[in-house]
Design a protein around this ligand. Structure first.
Ligand SMILES: Cc1cc2nc3c(=O)[nH]c(=O)nc-3n(C[C@H](O)[C@H](O)[C@H](O)COP(=O)(O)O)c2cc1C
Length: 334
């Protein structure tokens, strides 16, 4: 049996297959099924800055509703149970998941502004999370906001969170940066111990009959792992942080590709949503079988073997490859 062990964010993992952030973590029994199927760690669904701000506004509301005294104010607290108690429930869920499964639980925080919600990173650590994934999803629609301004704010935010928590922090990125290696290095300098490549955007469509924007969620296919594979391969060995690949991991061979590009772990959501919580077992079996057939004894032997710095033709990951691919295609034209 090949040795599948790896490490990510300083956590020792039994294999490189991690469940990425998804609604599964809301249900302890589903997360148990994932762990039983061999998943090595679970990233929880994100707690959003907006949810936290919403709760603090709700608390203000209850505390200021004609309350003359502290004692009276306290009587309003039970009402909170009927209101949106997202953040508190989330913190409790961390503890429940930790008790339920023998593998690490990674909490996920999604936000962008430098506000009070940042304190939740500390509370997640106190609640027992083994690590924190910070999703800095932001879409700029302003013509007067520069990339530099935004990146500086994001690096500062990551620095603030990393300085406040004692657990390792990974940052989940989108692929749309002008110079990703430069930004990645800045995040690592600010304290990030890992980068998760990439956030998958849910592109809205247009309903041209109803004249509406239609939010839509499509699950991924293996084809989508090409974008993160390329960037993991480019970043491997250039930055002092662990790399997680998310988007389009569906098979054991996809996991092999992720690890060979340089990822410490491959993360999976769509394939589990499509096939069920037992599916990680199939993927891990595929990984083991592929490794045995190709005489790899350990995942560590494959790590980074096809990264940009290891391959015979590093330009294959760069612009030079573009011309080559187009020329090859031209020769097929009839
Ligand atoms: C239904 C659903 C819910 C998701 N929720 C979150 C979330 O709360 N936070 C987050 O960072 N990513 C979230 N994701 C993104 C996944 O973690 C993952 O990065 C993405 O789906 C790409 O991986 P895949 O190709 O394996 O699906 C969600 C994805 C799906 C399909």
């Amino acid at each position: 049996m090949p040795d599948l062990k790896t490490s990510y964010l300083g956590l020792n993992l039994r294999n490189p297959l991690v469940a990425s952030a998804s609604p599964y973590a809301r249900k302890v029994d589903k997360v148990k099924e994932l762990a039983d199927a061999g998943i090595a760690a679970v990233v929880m669904h994100s707690l959003f800055e907006e949810q936290i701000n919403h709760e603090s506004r709700a608390l203000d509301f209850f505390l200021n509703q004609g309350t003359e005294s502290f004692a009276e104010a306290l009587t309003y607290f039970p009402e909170m149970d009927h209101y949106d108690v997202g953040p508190e429930k989330y913190l409790r869920l961390i503890g429940e998941l930790k008790k339920a499964i023998p593998v690490p639980v990674i909490a996920s925080l999604n936000g962008i502004s430098n506000g009070g919600w940042v304190d939740y990173s500390k509370r997640m650590a106190d609640a027992g999370a083994d690590a924190l994934e910070l999703n800095i999803y932001f879409l700029s629609t302003e013509v007067n906001v520069t990339a530099g301004d935004l990146e500086k704010a994001q690096v500062e935010l990551v620095g603030k969170i990393c300085s406040e928590v004692r657990i390792p922090v990974a940052v989940k990125l989108n692929p749309f940066y002008t110079s990703l290696p430069n930004f990645a290095a800045a995040l690592v300098k600010a304290g990030a111990k890992g980068l998760v490549l990439f956030n998958r955007f849910y592109q809205p469509s247009l309903d041209i009959e109803a004249l509406e924007v239609v939010p839509d969620l499509h699950l991924s296919t293996s084809d989508e792992n090409r974008l993160p594979l390329r960037w993991v391969a480019i970043l491997y060995g250039k930055i002092q942080a662990d790399l997680a690949l998310t988007s389009g991991i569906h098979t054991g061979e996809d996991v092999v590709k992720a690890v060979m590009a340089g990822a410490n772990v491959a993360m999976m959501t769509s394939a589990i949503l499509h096939n069920g919580t037992h599916y990680p077992m199939t993927v891990l079996k595929g990984l083991e079988e592929w490794m045995s057939a190709h005489e790899y004894q350990a995942v560590s032997q494959m790590h980074g073997a096809l990264s940009q710095k290891s391959v015979a033709n590093p330009a294959a990951f760069e612009r030079a490859n573009y011309l080559q691919v187009l020329t090859k295609f031209d020769s097929k034209l009839k």
